[in-house]
Design a protein around this ligand. Structure first.
Ligand code: PLP
Length: 476
């Protein structure tokens, strides 16, 4: 099994090398040359626990690491950091299902992958006789940063440097990152938005040529980040089967709140691996670059980024779409190379109609603004006493009856917007807002968030995006 670059399919590496490199040398993303099949029987869906199901799928995608090594990456990575050994929960709310992916240590779905990634990297180093330090560079729109910091903190042989947009993350997200302890962690704010941070980090990868450390990424461009996300689609299917909601082989549709296109691309991979999926619905907030792309076939980032109540989806360049276009175009690496060049130079590219037809056969799309999301938050609470966060609400607004809606964060991470949606007064401080939300809903603030207020602020650096390369060089 080989991984090839989306921009040059003759450039290939082993799965573990793809994890260590993060990005291909030509700037492309690594993808499996042939997508393996999961081969789960009805019995497998019903009997496999989350960790075992995830391990078997990871082994299909990353075979050179070996099943036993993957099993320990998964079980030690998730460990006792989750609310339950089930890792995720599937709740029926009216006619829909909510797949709650936020029961991990940082209360966001990013934990599903970022608890496992550091161990996949360590295992990949061992397999490749690699003794150099791994330095993780990451740009975050909020949740990735904290989940990555928590995953990598004090992991031997690694260092992590996280950049976030100064005014593009919630107060609680900022506090989560600024309070991160660990001798190997660095956190720095960027004057600008998420795309500035991501662009600066991509440039740092190109500009820093060193053999002394391995530079890698915890963004969803890393296959070690993407692969663990395939598991919860299969697991949700098993739970629907178990409860008699579907019969074995029935197709299920998923609605996914989308930013960088990583989560929903993992769903597409699950479908290619044999999961019976009808449609994957791509939900965007007011930054509807993807909605427009699915509608018109032109991906156009030439617009102002709008800061919304769902900041983890405030993105104009959805990096993982490159992977989908690679496959949908019949692995046309020359086309992908040209399209990505035109995206970075001219700000847009257009995909031919026959390729778009293939994409539209699998994907549906929609967008919802803050007020629409707020209405859904209020109506679900009033009707069903079900509390969801702002990102999940965007997806719920774009979903259809019987869909599985991916629920990506705890409502307490975005308490001010939730309080507003519920018609409550919004306290000035993010922490007071969490407490107010707990009082008005009768639910308790997750322990990982409740404890933040008492922690010291350890990271206060703020720089402009053009200094990212220099900042990194000074720390490796
Ligand atoms: C990251 C994130 C998303 C978007 O996921 P992508 O893989 O970037 O598409 C949605 N919701 C929340 C809460 C997130 O943290």
């Amino acid at each position: 099994m080989r991984y090839i670059s989306t921009r040059d399919k003759n450039c290939f590496v082993s799965p573990s090398q793809a994890i260590l490199k993060g990005l291909a040398d030509d700037g492309g993303l690594f993808v499996p040359e042939a997508i393996p099949s999961a081969d789960f029987s009805a019995e497998d869906y019903l009997s496999l626990g989350y960790d075992e199901m995830a391990s078997r799928l990871l082994y299909k995608l990353l075979p050179d690491l070996g099943l036993d090594s993957i099993r320990s990456c998964v079980s030690e990575g998730y460990g006792d950091k989750f609310d339950s050994s089930e890792r995720v929960a599937l709740e029926k709310v009216g006619e829909r299902f909510f797949l709650e992916l936020y029961h991990g240590p940082t209360c966001a779905f990013k934990d599903m992958a970022l608890c496992v990634l550091p161990r996949l990297i360590t295992a990949s180093c061992a397999l490749n006789g690699e003794t150099r330090e791994t330095v993780i560079l990451t740009a975050t729109s909020g949740d990735t940063g904290k989940a990555a910091l928590a995953g990598f903190a004090d992991v031997p042989g690694t260092k992590i440097i996280v950049f976030y947009p100064e005014n593009g993350v919630s107060k609680v997200q900022k506090a989560q990152m600024q309070t991160q302890a660990g001798t190997n962690v660095y956190v720095c704010a960027i004057e600008g938005n998420f795309d500035d941070a991501q662009g600066g980090v991509k440039r740092a990868f190109e500009e820093i040529k060193t053999d002394e450390v391995i530079l890698s990424s915890a963004n969803s461009i890393n296959v070690g980040r993407l692969a663990p996300q395939v598991a919860y689609y299969f697991y949700a299917y098993g739970r629907l089967l178990e409860r008699g909601e579907i019969a074995y082989g029935d197709e299920v549709s998923f609605t996914v709140p989308t930013g960088n296109f990583g989560d929903i691309f993992a769903g597409w991979l699950a479908k290619q691996m044999g999961l019976p999926v009808a449609r994957l619905r791509c939900a965007s907030n007011e930054n509807r670059v993807l909605t427009d792309f699915f509608e018109t076939g032109t991906y156009d980032r030439r617009r102002e980024l709008i800061l919304t109540d769902s900041p983890s989806m405030d993105i104009l360049v959805s990096s993982n779409l490159e992977r989908l276009i690679f496959y949908a175009s019949g692995m046309d690496d020359a086309f992908v190379r040209k399209a990505m060049k035109s995206l970075s130079e001219d700000g847009f590219y257009t995909v031919p109609e026959d390729v778009m037809a293939k994409i539209r056969a699998d994907f549906d799309f929609g967008s919802a603004d803050d007020s629409r999301a707020g209405e859904i938050i209020a109506s679900c609470w009033n009707e069903y006493r079900y509390l969801m966060d702002t990102h999940t609400a965007v997806a719920a607004a774009c979903s259809r009856p019987a869909d599985v809606v991916l629920s990506t964060a705890s409502a307490f991470k975005f308490a001010p917007a939730i309080l507003e949606a519920l018609g409550q007064l919004v306290p000035e401080s993010g922490f007071d807002a969490m407490k107010a939300l707990a009082i008005c809903t009768g639910k308790s603030v997750p322990a990982a968030l409740a404890g933040l207020e008492a922690l010291p602020l350890l990271h206060r650096d703020v720089i402009i995006k053009d200094r990212i390369t220099e900042y990194v060089k000074e720390r490796i």
